[in-house]
Design a protein around this ligand. Structure first.
Ligand code: FA5
Length: 374
């Protein structure tokens, strides 16, 4: 800034000469007009209106003028700065409008275009069914346990009190990987025929009390037809504790069907035989469609239960003390119950699937109606 000078003429101060002020203004206007986008405009603004811009510096010179000269110089600089600010605002409005128009074009979504996305997958209904059942027990405090699908014959049969001549051990029923058990007692290896060997593993691995639920894949030499498949799924439950009785088993079964099918559901037990439970029972649940009302009522036939009123679910019973002993559990102190059933069969009657082959063929037309559960 120049030094105070009492006889000073603003026209003679270079930066305040009218043509200089006009030049500064015109340069600013030209820079704004040349700015192609908002960033460039911002840069031009700093250069032409900022603290070190020519007009700001000229403005500072006014302070050094004698009082009589200040008004004229101030007016000249003020007008120029006013014009510059106005030009800036106008160009900014223009560039913002251009940007908005461009963004609208660039980010436009044509909702009428045909969608060509790869359809989202979902888990197989057997998997979700199995997890839904397991969840019922997890919420009661049961632990999910797993065992190998290629299993020692000892766990699959011997530990579960299947005698050496039990028909299930026959090559016609069981896929043998090695064996069967030889004359010298060496155990064969099988593809497990049920999830019950996990019972034996769980008892040997844990100290009682034991509460486990075991979902898993099992294998039998059955032909693939509408109601059988050689590879299917079971879910197994085992509870070992002091003082457990058949009433606990029945209550647990009722709770399961009520959780899965509705609060008015119940189960019934019919005598049966399994080597690893004593007593053993076949468990049925009330038909969740007709609730038993189709029985003896030809006007109201039920396809789901063939008008029998009950649907067979699987096997159950109190764990045979011989199994407890084989698995290191004291039968004098502890008792337990177990049950197991097939998931394919449950999916069949729960969703009216007429042919089990549909579950294994992998056609999405079968799985799609089950929805996108993940
Ligand atoms: C058992 O496998 C016993 N382990 C169940 C059990 C567990 C009893 C605990 C007592 C205590 P079963 O052989 O009945 O039992 O088979 C159980 C279920 O598996 C059957 O009810 C049926 O739903 C299903 N199942 C059997 N074979 C097939 C098959 N080939 N295809 C599809 N599901 C099958």
């Amino acid at each position: 800034m120049s030094a105070p000078n009492k006889s000073y003429d603003p026209v003679e101060v270079e930066a305040l000469k009218p043509e200089e002020i006009e030049r500064m203004r015109d340069e600013a206007l030209a820079a704004f007009a040349a700015a192609g986008d908002l960033d460039a405009l911002q840069e031009a603004k700093v250069a032409h209106t900022g603290g070190t811009s020519p007009l700001a510096l000229a403005n500072r010179e006014i302070g050094a003028l004698p009082p009589h000269a200040k008004a004229e110089a101030g007016k000249r600089v003020g007008q120029a700065r006013g014009a510059v600010n106005k030009a800036f605002a106008a160009r900014q409005t223009e560039l913002e409008a251009e940007r908005d128009a461009r963004v609208l074009v660039e980010e436009a979504v044509d909702v009428t275009l045909p969608h060509d996305r790869v359809p989202a997958g979902a888990r197989h209904p057997l998997t979700t069914m199995m997890e839904r059942v397991a969840d019922v027990f997890v919420s009661m405090g049961y632990e999910v346990a797993e065992g190998p699908e290629v299993e020692a014959e000892w766990f699959n049969f011997d530990a579960l009190n299947f005698g050496p001549d039990h028909p299930a051990r026959q090559m016609q029923d069981t896929f043998f990987v090695e064996g069967p058990t030889g004359d010298h007692g060496e155990s064969g290896v099988v593809l497990r025929t049920h999830t019950s060997p996990v019972q034996a593993r769980a008892m040997l691995d844990r100290e009682p009390p034991v509460y486990i639920v075991c979902p898993g894949r099992v294998y039998r030499t059955d032909e693939l037809d509408a109601t059988h498949t050689p590879v299917f799924h079971q879910i197994e439950l085992l509870a070992i504790d002091e003082g457990l009785t058949m009433a606990d088993l029945k209550g647990t079964l009722d709770h399961m069907v009520q959780s899965l099918f509705g609060s008015d559901m119940k189960t019934r037990l019919r005598p049966n035989y399994f080597p690893f439970t004593e007593p053993s029972a076949e468990m049925d649940m009330l038909c969740y469609v007709c609730k038993g009302e189709s029985v003896g009522n030809p006007d109201r036939p039920c396809r789901t239960c063939s008008s029998e009123g009950w649907i067979e679910l699987g096997g159950c019973g109190m764990v045979n003390p011989r199994v407890l002993v084989a698995c290191g559990v004291d039968p004098q102190k502890y008792s337990g119950f177990a049950f197991g059933f097939g998931i394919e069969r449950m999916l069949m009657f729960r969703h009216n699937v007429e042919d089990m082959r549909d579950m294994v063929e992998g056609d999405v037309r079968f799985t799609r109606p089950f929805g996108m559960e993940i």
